[in-house]
Design a protein around this ligand. Structure first.
Ligand code: NAD
Length: 269
């Protein structure tokens, strides 16, 4: 741990953004299941679906209300969860390094925002589970899922009166969760594609935490930053492909994200 903290401090001396790249593991200690655990699976009829099958436009087209039920259940879990020490540490870092720090998160749970990470320094590249938008993309806007949409327990169906609330306020067509699905592409207006690539190109330090490295933009961010000479650090319970890159750079911390991010933030402030 001490060698990694020293590498983080040394990276601060160079100019350029300090980026934290977070994944589901950062919220695991808040009680939100990651996609890899068995809690990530979802049963519809007689079949167990893997998140990578359900979090797709194809699944939404085939069975929209089953997919909405999965998202409304996950929204309920996120609403009940509280930010942990790792979220708070990154929020402190944003406030202490207002001109340098950027948080790029794959998490859709809103816990970084609720911990106080400022919107101007936070880039949720996979969307936000509390928001919906037009399923037909009639407009770029997204809206809070109405408060009248209740929390759903695992296995609950979306009742007809709730379905009637999940509509685009502009065209009246069906709304969809504002999340990036596995068969969709990143863009700037909704998912900050150009912004995070620009930040990565000049980065001094990238602290990667709680991600299994299976999505493409995070890879791109880490590779752009590495090519520009950034120091890479990986925090995870397990070895993963980002850890292999970080091992030859700033180093790895194999332990819970909350403790590790608290220590890293303290070293940088
Ligand atoms: P993932 O589920 O694929 O991987 C989670 C990673 O976190 C694993 O490498 C695991 O070893 C690590 N981990 C678990 N607990 C940890 C802890 N306490 N401390 C440190 N590391 C820990 O998640 P991903 O890489 O973020 O990618 C999956 C996709 O799932 C993303 O697109 C994301 O949007 C979505 N997702 C989001 C949430 C959320 O918002 N909380 C939850 C599940 C999935």
């Amino acid at each position: 741990m001490e060698a990694v903290l020293a590498a983080c401090r040394a990276a601060l001396v160079r100019p350029g953004p300090v980026i934290a790249l977070t994944g589901a593991g950062v919220s695991a200690e808040s009680g939100i299941p990651t996609f890899r655990g068995k809690e990530g699976y979802w049963t519809i009829g007689a079949r167990d679906y893997h998140p990578q099958e359900l979090a797709t436009q194809a699944a939404f087209r085939a069975m929209p209300w089953e997919v909405w039920a999965w998202y409304l259940y996950r929204r309920s879990v996120c609403r009940r969860a509280q930010p942990n020490a790792g979220h708070h540490a990154l929020a402190r870092l944003a406030l202490e390094l207002p001109d340098r720090f950027a948080l790029v998160t794959q998490n859709v749970d809103g816990l970084h925002r609720r911990a106080g990470s400022p919107d101007a320094q936070t880039f949720p590249i996979h969307g936000d589970i509390s928001l919906m938008r037009c399923a037909a993309d009639c407009v770029l806007d997204r809206w809070l899922i109405p408060d009248a949409v209740p929390d759903l327990a695992k296995g609950d169906a979306v009742a007809a009166p709730v379905q009637a609330l999940l509509v685009c306020p502009r065209c009246g067509g069906m709304a969809r969760p504002h999340v990036l699905w596995f068969d969709e592409s990143y863009d700037e207006p909704r998912f900050h594609l150009d912004t995070v690539r620009r930040l990565a190109r000049g980065a001094a330090l990238v602290v990667i935490a709680g991600t299994s490295a299976q999505t493409t933009l995070p890879w791109h961010v880490v590779q752009l930053a590495a090519s520009a000479g950034a120091t890479l650090v990986d925090v995870n319970l397990e070895d993963n492909p980002f850890g292999d890159l970080a091992a030859g750079s700033g180093g790895v911390i194999r332990g819970p994200a909350a403790d590790a991010l608290t220590a890293i933030a303290a070293a940088l402030i």
